[in-house]
Write a protein that binds this ligand. Structure first.
Ligand code: CDP
Length: 245
């Protein structure tokens, strides 16, 4: 991450007009992919991500099967056309890293012990990227899990904070991510008051870290409201369709 090379704030506001603690617009739709057990679509700032859930189904290969719990396999993919420089369609180190930490972040929420010997596959495909894709993918994936009817302790909202021009800010945009001083993506399990994912790029003082973490949890709670709204909307729709039949 570059060190303060570009002007990112003007008169206390960010260049896109947001206040430091303001999030980009977010909209989630639950139930988006026909051939999935559960799915969701998220638009967040300039990010667009489709998440789909398949399973629980018998886990293959056998050696990856657990007699005690379901395997959560999250597959994050940046589509080649989602970024300015075409992304390589082969899985990159970054795709693998995001997939691994996201699987672990969601595993904390799912009652995996209900489904021994199975796998729950989650595909998160980024079709447009503008910083914060991992938190957008995770936020959509947990809605897709709920849409699939998979028992969970709670949804897992995720949100990033960071530092630009020595100011802690919520939900970095692309310029802020590239030119800012730090980036702190966080996923949060409200039911347990537990952080299930935290990564950091750049430098924060201990005080800034505390501030950024608190702000990230506040951001997660805003995402949580949108996740619940999307699920309510989905089920109102299903009820309506049933009545019309
Ligand atoms: O997307 P997120 O912030 O979770 O992850 P990142 O690795 O910090 O990437 C930040 C942003 O860089 C992405 O959201 C994309 O907009 C961009 N990027 C890109 O243009 N090309 C890549 N191969 C990877 C990321």
């Amino acid at each position: 991450m570059a060190k303060k090379t570009k002007k990112l704030m003007k008169k206390g506001k960010r260049l896109d007009g947001r206040k430091p603690d303001e999030m980009r617009p977010i909209k989630i739709k639950a139930g988006y992919v026909k051939r999935a057990d559960g799915s969701a679509y998220i638009e967040w700032g300039g990010n667009k991500v489709v998440a789909s859930v398949h399973g629980p189904r018998t886990c293959y290969p056998r050696h990856e099967r657990s007699p005690y719990k379901a395997r959560i396999q999250f597959k994050y993919k940046l589509a080649p056309f989602s970024v300015d420089d075409r992304a390589n369609p082969a899985p990159s180190r970054r795709d693998k890293e995001i997939s691994k930490v996201s699987s672990e972040a969601l595993e904390k929420a799912v009652f995996t012990e209900y489904y021994p010997k199975t796998t729950i596959d989650i595909y998160a495909t980024v079709i447009e990227a503008a910083a914060g894709t991992r938190v957008a993918a995770l936020s959509a994936a947990s809605v897709a899990l709920a849409d699939a009817g998979i028992p969970m302790r709670d949804l897992v909202p995720a949100c990033a904070t960071g530092k630009i021009e020595d100011t802690v800010v919520l939900d970095l945009n692309k310029d802020e991510d590239q030119e800012g001083q730090a980036d702190l993506p966080v996923a949060y399990l409200p039911h347990n008051d537990e952080i299930t994912l935290m990564q950091m790029d750049g430098d924060l003082t201990p005080e800034e870290y505390e501030e950024a973490l608190d702000l990230a949890v506040d951001g997660c709670m805003k995402v949580y409201e949108e996740q619940k709204r999307a699920l309510r909307e989905r089920y109102e729709h299903i009820e309506q369709e049933k009545e019309e039949e």
